[in-house]
Design a protein around this ligand. Structure first.
Ligand SMILES: Cc1ncc(COP(=O)(O)O)c(C=O)c1O
Length: 377
């Protein structure tokens, strides 16, 4: 992408060249169908199972708890649509701040199966009201709670252990959309905080179109796709071997570099927040600035900035997001920013970092914001 600055890593991340290398070698050398019973097929199968073992051991999970899918959207659809009948779920409890993959899956299955849905309220900074959750859980045993770990637009973090305890004390199942935190936090599934979790390789420098669903041991749900017996009958279809092996490599790298990357991104985020506070004091923040180290969401007041600021930054060579990826090329104000009631007087600008960003990137962004912001004063 030339010398452009890419600050939209919550949408997707550039691939790590080591992942590309592993995937290329798989594509060149291990192309047999993993379901074939000849030696070529057996070799392909063993690569998949090795990848599953690697991923499971990083999460301190069991290999049988990891199911490969085409990404988080498929994992989420599979889970939400299957659990209702499979686990006799009587209510879904979620929030309007979830990703559309969750909201739309919930909306569809709720209509189809006539399952009531409760949306948990949140404060102005997007913190989920846990007392309300506790109350709702108390009145609705056998609910499914779907609340994300790191919000993809705001960066807000949910206290996973606390929510898991509330769910389990009240006989509910807990699914957390962990897409934005997998590879950034040392997730430990052995602690049994979560009944279900998901991941998508392209959010941690792997390929697009590959992800997983974690289902805690002992929980049985039905498949969404029917066909072959792949993924222990949970996900029919020939496996995407290079992408699966690449995902395991991406996760291995993420875990091995996690302390330094966390430190680097925390530094970049704090530096950005401090420069904004000092030099653009009229700029506010959407969400909790103490959320995940990879995401910060600025609320630029329309008194100082043009609505088209994101396009101006783009033209100047900086890729950021308006809050959510625009579908079919149309920029819509994000449902999260709308839900927070901050869509009228401010332009949301989500900045999301990866290990490939530098201090220079942050300085160039803030310098441009100062340039564009001052013009309006
Ligand atoms: C929080 C969250 N959940 C789910 C998804 C969907 O992931 P995928 O597009 O890889 O299916 C995303 C991607 O933006 C996300 O950020």
């Amino acid at each position: 992408m030339g010398n452009r600055i890419y600050l939209d890593n919550a949408a997707t991340t550039p691939m790590d060249s080591r992942v590309v290398e592993v995937m290329t070698s798989m594509m060149n050398e291990v192309w047999a169908n993993p379901s074939s019973i000849h030696q070529d097929g057996v070799a392909a199968r063993s690569n998949i199972e090795e990848a599953r073992l690697k991923i499971a051991s990083l999460f301190k999970a069991e290999p049988s708890e990891i199911f490969f899918t085409s990404g988080a959207t498929e994992s989420i659809n599979l889970l939400i649509k299957s659990v209702i009948d499979g686990l006799k779920i009587s209510r879904i409890i979620t929030s309007q701040l979830e990703h559309p993959a969750v909201l739309e899956s919930v909306r569809n299955i709720a209509l189809e199966k006539n399952v009531p849905v409760t949306f948990i309220p949140f404060d102005i900074d997007g913190h989920i009201n846990l007392s309300f959750l506790e109350q709702t859980l108390g009145q609705n045993p056998n609910s499914l709670v779907a609340l994300m770990h790191a919000n993809n637009e705001l960066g807000n973090l949910l206290p996973l252990k606390k929510v898991a305890n509330l769910c389990h004390e009240n006989g509910a199942y807990f699914f957390s959309d962990t897409v934005q935190s997998v590879g950034k936090f040392p997730m430990d599934f052995s602690q049994c905080f979560l009944d279900f979790a998901v991941g998508s390789a392209h959010k941690f420098h792997g390929a697009k179109g590959i992800g997983f669903l974690y289902i805690r041991k002992g929980i049985k749900i039905n498949p969404l796709l029917f066909g072959g017996a792949q993924e222990r009958n949970m996900r029919a279809g020939t496996e995407n071997l290079p992408a699966i092996v690449g995902m395991a490599e991406a996760l291995r790298i993420a875990y091995s570099e996690m302390p330094e990357i966390t430190k680097h991104l925390t530094f970049l985020k704090e530096f950005l927040v401090n420069r904004i506070k000092d030099e653009l004091p009229f700029v506010e923040f959407n969400g909790d600035i103490n959320g995940i180290h990879s995401i910060i969401n600025l609320a630029l007041p329309l008194t100082h900035f043009k609505k088209m600021i994101i396009f101006s930054l783009d033209v100047a060579g900086i890729s950021v997001s308006g809050g959510s990826a625009c579908s079919s090329g149309v920029m819509n104000i994000s449902h999260v920013i709308k839900a927070l009631g901050r869509d009228k007087d401010y332009v949301p600008v989500r900045i999301s970092f990866s290990k490939y960003n530098s201090l220079d990137d942050v300085n160039r962004l803030v310098d441009l914001l100062i340039k564009y912001g001052k013009k309006m004063v």
